[in-house]
Each structure stands twice: as C-alpha cells, then as structure tokens.
Design a protein around this ligand. Structure first.
Ligand code: DGL
Length: 269
C-alpha cells in the first residue's frame, strides 16, 4: 500500500517530512513534476488538464491508497476533479491555512504568501470569505519565491534585497496594529523561513500547515498490519522526477530525506 505525495518540485518534501514522522510504517512515493515547474505560472485551464492527465497514469501505475497533493497551487485548482475522477482513492490537499490564521491572529492582520496562481483562485478567496471575514487578509502572490527556494536548496546564494522585496507586501501596519501572521501558502516556502525571519521588518508567526496536513492524513489512512509493516521495512521510499534528471544537489537533498531517486521513464518528459 503506497501513499503518493505530489508537488511541482521539492516543496512537497516539507509535507512529506511530517507525514513520515507521523506514519513511519507507511510506504511513500514522492512525485515531483519538475518538468512542469513552476506551477505558479501556468494558466488554470492548462494546469488542470496537465495534472489530470498525469494522474491517469500515476493512479494506474501506483494504485495508491492515498494521495497527498503537497502543493497549494494544484490543490486549490484540482482537488474536486481528482476526487470525482478517482473515487476509490483518498485525496488530501494542501490549501492556504487561512482558517487557523484567522483563529490565531491577535491584531486581525493576516497575510497569505503564495504563488500567483493560488492567490487568483476562487477557492482561496472563498476561504477568506468563509473563515476570515473578521480579519484584514492580504493575499501576496510571488512569481519568484518557489524558484528561489529551489535555488537555495541547490546551495546558491540568494540576494537579500530580492527576498525582501517579495515578502515586504506581507507586512501591513494599520493605525497601531501590525500583521502578526504570515501564512506560508506554498510548500516551497518553509525552506526559506530562516531567511524570511532574518529579513522581516518585525517578528511574525510564519504559519506552515505541514503538520496539520500530516495529522489529517493519518486520520484517513488504514494502519498497516504486522506483515505489511515488515514488508515496508524492506522497501525504500522513492522519489520520481518527471524531468527524469534531478540535479546533483536535488539528489543529495533527497538522500538526506531518506528517499531513493528512481528513474521512472514512464512518467518522465
Ligand atoms: N509548491 C507549490 C505550492 O505549494 C508550487 C510552487 C510552483 O510550482 O510554483 O504552491
């Protein structure tokens, strides 16, 4: 029994990390659609069609018990389509943590840092209307941060000024109140949290929903029996890249996460 974890690149690893802590007995396959990275730039229609086509193959190949879409840009677009198309499979999405932020903020000023795609989605705007109408929510779409997060992981030095200009719109001051929560609504961004902390004009809570997603996933999945656990112990968790050629730094990162990079030509571009 496999749990498939999906993102456009390495961002979903921030979710996979929590999933593996909470479900050490499960077998995971991490699928990075890096041939299509970044998703944030795609038109909604093209991205929907692309993801549904890819999942036709993925579901047939891996027959997963559960799929975790560890990507806000994809989840805010295709969760309903995926659930309708593959009704036997459980799907867990990653959507902007607007509800917990609205419950937790003291100042009532919350910002959501995401890709341009996620910011535009009606799904995201509905979350604000349904759960945060009493707050002032600023949606900030960044066209470059996911790419910068990947560069950071490759060991490239990032320009502080560039990062600062991407996060600056998140910091709002209204009379004597200031933003106190920034929702990390792209799974790539937790890789940059330390940089964000250093550059932030004042301290805020950088809300990463990965643990909550893992907890929700745990509540939906069947716990393996002893025989399945023993079988899983002999199996590596795998990572597959649709480009077919993750670079050296990415391979090292995956190794650090305890994943084996599998060349799966069927899903490579
Ligand atoms: N990690 C993704 C997300 O959570 C997408 C980044 C991208 O491909 O633009 O939105």
């Amino acid at each position: 029994m496999t749990i498939l974890v999906f993102d456009s690149g390495i961002g979903g690893l921030t979710v996979l990390r929590e999933l593996r802590v909470m479900m050490p007995d499960q077998h995971f396959v991490y699928m990075a659609d890096d041939a299509a990275f970044p998703f944030g730039d795609w038109s909604a229609e093209d991205l929907r069609a692309h993801i549904l086509k890819l999942f036709d193959e993925l579901i047939e190949t891996y027959e997963p018990e559960m799929v975790v879409i560890a990507c806000n840009t994809a989840s805010t677009l295709v969760m309903e389509d995926l659930r309708a198309r593959f009704s036997d499979v459980k799907f867990v999405g990653t959507v902007p943590a607007i509800k917990p932020a609205a419950e937790r903020t003291r100042s009532g000023l919350v910002s959501v840092l995401a890709t341009p795609g996620t910011v535009e989605r009606e799904y995201t705007r509905d979350l604000v209307r349904s759960f945060a109408s009493q707050c002032h929510v600023r949606l900030v779409g960044s066209a470059t941060l996911a790419v910068l997060a990947e560069a950071h992981i490759r060991g490239e030095t990032l320009e502080s000024a560039e990062l600062l200009s991407e996060i600056s719109p998140c910091f709002v001051e209204h009379s004597d109140k200031r933003t106190d929560i920034v929702v990390l609504a792209c799974t790539h961004y937790p890789f940059l949290t330390n940089e964000f902390r250093k550059l932030a004009p004042w301290p805020v809570d950088w809300l990463n929903p990965a643990e909550a997603i893992a907890r929700h996933s745990l509540s939906l999945v069947k716990q393996p029996n002893e025989a399945q656990i023993l079988k899983n112990l002999g199996q590596f968790d795998e990572a597959i890249f649709t480009s077919g050629k993750p670079d050296f730094a990415t391979k090292r990162l995956l190794h650090g996460f305890g994943l084996r990079v599998t060349a799966d030509s069927a899903h490579c571009a």
